[in-house]
Ligand binder design. Structure first.
Ligand code: CO
Length: 211
């Protein structure tokens, strides 16, 4: 028997489109003209952290990039292309890196278990772990240590963002704020890590490109 559970997604879509049109007959017509989002969201692929839903925003408000454990890797053309388009073309005002407690990617990276192909990706988190090893290993409880690594990982990804030429070029011309947040799966609430970056002075000197 063919699994037809996918059909509920089509039905859900029909209902969604109908409700939106009921509230505002011009809703899709307006959206189809173009997008002017003010935010770029870099979050985890985890199904429990949908950017729009948890921030109470609508279609057109957030430009989104998601990957396992919300990483910003300087050789990742996918993420870099999203960042460049959001900053240079859409002129977003804020970039938010949002991790989440209970992140499977972060937790997997803390163990010595091999997971296959994904280990190449998780290795970036192991590097963050190594960087903060004394702080992390002072935390005995695995869950609490994972929570702290989740926060440190967000902080490092915010720094990675600030090291990109795209973000630094934008800073020469305008205000662009880079934020680090962590979302709580069990509370539904976002915690602002207060690691906001707004200019080159916030990053180590060797990463600052000349004007
Ligand atoms: Co995750």
């Amino acid at each position: 028997m063919i699994d037809d559970s996918y059909k509920k997604l089509i039905e859900g879509n029909r209902k969604y489109a109908m409700e939106k049109k009921y509230d505002d007959p011009e809703y899709f017509k307006k959206l189809s003209i173009g997008q002017t989002p003010e935010y770029l969201w870099i979050g985890c692929s985890d199904s429990r952290v949908p950017a729009n839903e948890i921030t109470g925003t609508q279609s057109g408000e957030i430009f989104v990039h998601r990957n396992i454990a919300n990483l910003v890797i300087h050789t990742d053309f996918n993420a870099l292309s999203v960042i460049a388009y959001a900053v240079d073309v859409l002129k977003v005002k804020h970039i938010i890196v949002c991790g989440h407690y209970g992140c499977g990617g972060v937790r997997a990276a803390m163990t010595n278990k091999a997971h296959g192909f994904v280990d190449s990706w998780l290795r970036h988190i192991k590097e963050v772990y190594t960087k903060y090893k004394p702080e992390l290993e002072a935390i005995e409880d695995f869950d609490k240590r994972a929570d702290r690594l989740t926060e440190l990982n967000v902080i490092e990804q915010v720094k990675n963002l600030c090291k990109t030429i795209v973000v630094q070029n934008a800073w020469k011309e305008r205000t662009l704020l880079v934020h680090g947040w962590v979302y709580g799966l069990n509370s539904g609430l976002v915690k602002d890590l207060d690691v906001m970056h707004e200019d080159q002075m916030d990053i180590e000197s060797v990463f600052r490109y000349e004007v």
